[in-house]
Design a protein around this ligand. Structure first.
Ligand code: NAD
Length: 294
């Protein structure tokens, strides 16, 4: 298949490389030169802009930071919906507002395109290993069309429901993730303050009722686990500002529906404090170092 991949960041680059490795022809575009160079070095074809990348492709995949980037890419006079061929299957893997995902998919449908929202979970390690979980929203036939391709980048492909449903699942998941990371950090800090070895504490809690993904697979305390951001000065991974964006989406969504998310709101405030202290670009597990708040 001929694929255009727009957004070759921490997640997009390894995802695009997995498609290349599976034998697809992948043309990539990113606004950052370093990302384009990394993609070219791994054998990818680089396009000078997004519109050129989509020329004569079967599928277009986007993996951008937030709602406004996705709107900018697809909508408006210079947007891809005005420039690409309607035979192209559109797959947006970015984490964005469910409302925006629905609006962009509706605009795409009006122009004759098939479009699905397919945000992911599994982090950069999952993107590299091709073991991501995809949470997909859209028409069944479009999801089934995309499935073989998504299986080259992920292990679990879930159809959550109609357009926007993938994003809604993602928002719920990441609100839980953000809260869990804060809880794990607090528990580890308390143990350390009591003189416990954080590795011993983590091993025991991982076999007890406090077990969770942030403790077992993404431990926020440096030195407890190899190959996670906390052991690499919190570089790479999933940025504090991206987590803050997702908590913003969760709180906004809850407010629109009059749903109660007090812990989500508190988590949003704590990550905001941490970001404002200059940590926005670090991995979100760096919230382990949040200054004392009482
Ligand atoms: P990133 O900031 O590393 O990458 C985004 C890339 O998009 C950057 O390289 C940027 O230059 C590029 N970009 C921005 N606007 C563009 C445009 N108009 N055209 C082309 N390129 C453009 O972010 P990431 O960590 O790869 O995350 C991407 C998305 O995936 C986000 O929505 C994030 O919430 C979600 N996500 C991230 C993780 C993670 O662990 N990093 C996990 C799951 C989901």
């Amino acid at each position: 298949m001929k694929i255009a991949f727009i957004g070759l960041g921490n997640m997009g680059l390894p995802m695009a490389l997995n498609l290349l490795q599976a034998g697809h022809q992948v043309t990539g575009f990113d606004l950052a030169k370093a990302q384009l160079e990394a993609f070219a070095a791994a054998g990818g074809t680089v396009a000078p802009d997004a519109v050129t990348a989509t020329k004569d492709v079967d599928v277009l995949i986007s993996m951008l930071p937030a709602s406004n980037h996705v709107e900018g890419l697809y909508l408006g006079e210079g947007g891809l919906l005005a420039k690409a061929s309607p035979n192209t299957l559109l797959i947006d893997c970015s984490t964005i507002s469910p409302k925006v995902a629905q609006a962009v998919a509706a605009a795409a449908k009006a122009k004759g395109f098939a479009m699905i929202d397919a945000p992911v979970s599994g982090g950069t390690a999952g993107a590299q290993a091709g073991t991501l979980t995809f949470m997909v929203g859209g028409d069944v036939k479009d999801v089934e069309l995309a499935r073989p391709l998504l299986e080259k980048m992920g292990k679990n492909i879930f159809h959550a429901g109609a357009s926007g449903a993938g994003q809604t699942v993602k928002v719920c998941n990441n609100m839980l993730l953000g809260i869990q990371m804060l809880g794990t950090s607090e528990a580890l800090r308390l143990g350390i303050a009591n003189g416990l070895d954080p590795k011993v504490l983590s091993d025991i809690m991982s076999k007890s009722s406090g077990r969770n993904w942030t403790l077992e697979l993404y431990n926020p305390c440096p030195g407890v686990m190899e190959n996670v951001p906390s052991s690499k000065a919190y570089a790479g991974g999933f940025g504090v500002d991206l987590m803050l964006k997702d908590l913003g989406l969760a709180v906004e969504n809850a407010e629109n529906l009059d749903a109660s998310v007090p812990l989500g709101k508190l988590a949003q405030q704590l990550y905001e404090l941490h970001s404002k202290a200059g940590n926005g670009q670090l991995d979100f597990s760096s919230v382990f170092n949040l200054k004392k708040v009482d």
